[in-house]
Ligand binder design. Structure first.
Ligand code: UDX
Length: 436
């Protein structure tokens, strides 16, 4: 079986490389010549733990090209994994790239090809793609399928190789048989394969992301309540999470969710549903609450600074939207840092991987070598992303480097007991403040 993957973004590249690890011949195609040239040299354009090793190990079965037609013409299965960015204005998913890919596939595909949409697409898109292909290539027999991807950045390979489930939307037996074969290596792990309709597969992806975004937002609001009532959100998250109906995952409070998926996908499904006359009010509220939370972070820091940050120095640890990625899309840092700068603060920042990606977006920031360097002369130190390197910092050393003594930990990296007696004011999320 030969697989063509169109689009070498996060999902396309990780999926392509993992399919080659499954033992298939995979050709990854992308219009961007610089990206393809780098991939051909064995360079991975994103920071994703383990991806470079996996790519090197499967070099024999993996190829990269800008010749999309050539890739499609030699494949039995074509995955479309191009971007579906938020459309300006209404926030709905922009399907331009998906539609363009469908037209290219129609011209170049062999009869009998299964065309699989892996991009996150709103309900109805896969069927639309089928219609585009049928119109452009009326004489060719083909199948379409929807196969959304649930991988998380930073643990993408593990998520692809050991998924909780695989969702496959199909309309005919051929597409089902081919996709079952593609995911056959997961049978050993007894991974459930949910075979359903095209529309169900498409909605599942949005429903899953929206549910998780709502779950995070829920615990963030409970954290707010804890802060004014003297509660501890960590205990509450654990206690409710032990109820199997709720589950303990995605109950970590923080600055608000970010990244390339949750913000974009919640907006897209909410905008579509509203247009269709079935507004998803819970999701709309989730979006609004999360945006307000991120927007209010700077005020929280200003309040800790005694009402103004003018002329003060704030150290920010963690710029990426989450650890183990260099991705800064919709990261809280991109909102909070400019707001603090506008209020007159100087920013010293550190991130183990994302500094390069963030630099153009965050002018005026002083980029530091590590956490202690960032802390030099800082009045307040803020932990925004829970990178492992921030989990066991020497508080005495940090305190000595800082000119102030306030640490705001937006990820609850430290236990309250461990922060007592350090001479610092330790402010975290949904827990009491330690001040000694
Ligand atoms: C997400 C989905 O998890 C994945 O299934 C989908 O395919 C793509 O979108 P990703 O964006 O890579 O993956 O990261 P994820 O780990 O889900 O985190 C998203 C955001 O939520 C981050 O900003 C993270 O910090 C935040 N988060 C996550 C919390 O604040 N608390 C949590 O408990 C979990």
């Amino acid at each position: 079986m030969r697989i063509a993957m169109i689009g070498t973004g996060y999902v396309g590249l990780v999926s392509g490389v993992c399919f080659s690890e499954f033992g298939f011949d995979v050709v990854c195609a992308d219009k961007d010549p610089a990206k393809i040239a780098a991939l051909e040299r064995g360079e991975v354009p994103i920071f994703e733990p383990g991806l470079d090793d996996l790519m090197a190990r499967n070099a024999q079965r993996l190829s990269f090209t800008t010749d999309i037609a050539g890739a499609v013409g030699s494949a039995d299965v074509v995955f479309i994994a191009v971007g579906t960015p938020s459309r300006r204005g209404d926030g709905e998913a922009d399907l331009t790239y998906v539609h363009a890919a469908a037209r290219e596939v129609a011209q170049a595909m062999r009869p009998g090809t299964v065309v699989v949409i892996k991009s996150t697409v709103v309900v109805g898109t896969t069927r639309q793609v089928g219609a585009i292909i049928a119109e452009a290539a009326p004489d060719k027999d083909f199948s379409v399928a929807a196969n959304p991807e649930f991988l998380r950045e930073g643990s993408a390979i593990e998520d692809f190789m050991r998924p909780d489930r695989v969702v496959v939307g199909v309309e005919d037996a051929n597409a089902e048989a081919v996709l079952r074969q593609v995911y056959r290596p997961l049978y050993l792990r007894e991974t459930p394969i949910v075979v359903t309709s095209l529309e169900n597969a498409e909605i599942t992806k949005y429903a899953a992301n929206a549910f998780l975004a709502a779950k995070i937002t829920f615990i963030n609001e409970i954290a707010d309540l804890c802060e004014i009532t003297g509660g501890d959100v960590q205990d509450i998250a654990r206690a409710i999470g032990l109820d199997n109906r709720i589950g303990g995952k995605f109950l970590h409070p923080g600055p608000g969710y970010g990244g390339s998926c949750f913000p974009k996908d919640t907006r897209a499904i909410a905008a579509l549903a509203r247009r269709l006359g079935a507004p998803l009010q819970l999701i709309e509220t989730t979006i609004a609450v999360n945006e307000a939370r991120i927007g209010g972070l700077a005020d929280r820091i200003v309040a800790e600074a005694g009402g103004t940050v003018a002329g003060k120095t704030i150290a920010v640890l963690g710029i990426a939207f989450k650890p183990n990625t260099d991705d800064v899309r919709e990261a809280a840092s991109l909102t909070v840092i400019p707001a603090l700068q506008a209020a007159g603060a100087a920013i010293r920042a550190h991130d183990p991987e994302a500094a390069e990606a963030a630099e153009p977006e965050l002018p005026g920031v002083t980029w530091c070598a590590d956490a202690y360097d960032a802390a030099q002369g800082a009045d307040i130190l803020v932990i925004l992303t829970e990178w492992n390197t921030y989990r066991a910092m020497d508080m005495e050393r940090l305190g000595e480097a800082m000119s102030g003594r306030v640490i705001i930990d937006m990820r609850n990296v430290y236990r309250l007991d461990d922060m007592r007696g350090k001479g610092l004011r330790y402010v975290s999320v949904g827990r009491s403040t330690i001040d000694n």
